[in-house]
Design a protein around this ligand. Structure first.
Ligand code: AR6
Length: 208
């Protein structure tokens, strides 16, 4: 792996064997890309099983309640203390982020972001970009060194995966150059198909 501090950096694949996301383990396979001091990682896994990460991002609902998908998994793993801390922070608007403790999660913090509902919250790309930018800036402000994102809005909220990947990876690439504390940004994808989509989008972004 070349980490020589170049802006364009390098991308490497390690351990090509991928498992079903239903049987996640911390890092089975990682695509890495260096942006300034930040290592951007793409991997398949479960957002609730990121053992080495300071803050995991929740694809939240406006009320910051458990719900389904990522939010359900995060609240189940964290336990009821998370919903109690969330209650007075709600509601949040599309593109907004708030931070709480991680409770029973392996991570000290959760950053809850409300992504746009595709086809309804507009402009969707701006609102989705605000989630990634806001979460990264919040993590940096809190002096955290690592953050892991799920693919916000691409489940129940219906954002097409490739379009969302473009917004996510472009925003992370832009913001990464001015982060002072955060050095690891991980996208935790839930299927190998989503990993492939993100890998292609990352290649396109950084081969211009
Ligand atoms: N780890 C990583 N990724 C996951 C996991 C997991 N454990 N579970 C699902 N995904 P979603 P949204 C993927 O629906 O679209 C909830 O009901 C999933 O395959 O969690 O922002 C909330 O209460 C998809 O690619 O978030 C909200 O109402 C991505 O994570 C609403 O859904 C996001 O799926 C939020 O919808």
């Amino acid at each position: 792996m070349q980490h020589g501090g170049s802006h364009r950096g390098s991308r490497v694949a390690t351990n090509a064997r991928l498992r079903s996301p239903r049987r996640p383990s911390p890092i089975e396979s990682v695509i890495e890309h260096r942006i300034g001091n930040v290592t951007l990682q793409l991997t398949v896994g479960d957002i609730t099983n990121q053992l080495d990460i300071d803050a995991v991002v929740n694809a939240a609902n406006a009320e910051l309640r458990p719900g389904g998908g990522v939010a359900g998994a995060i609240h189940r793993a964290a336990g009821p203390g998370l919903a109690e801390e969330c209650a007075p922070l709600a509601p949040i608007a599309p593109g907004e982020c708030v931070i709480t403790a991680g409770y029973g999660l392996p991570n000290p913090h959760v950053i809850h972001c409300l992504g746009p509902v595709y086809g309804s919250d507009e402009p969707a790309d701006k609102l989705l970009s605000n989630c990634y930018r806001g979460a990264l800036e919040l993590a940096d402000h809190k002096q955290l060194s690592s953050i892991a994102f799920p693919a916000i809005s691409t489940g129940a909220f219906g954002y097409p995966a490739a379009e969302a990947a473009g917004v996510a990876l472009r925003t992370i690439s832009e913001v990464a150059t001015r982060l002072e504390k955060v050095t690891v940004v991980r996208m935790v994808l839930y299927s190998q198909g989503d990993l492939e989509i993100h890998t292609e989008v990352l290649d396109e972004l950084h081969t211009d």
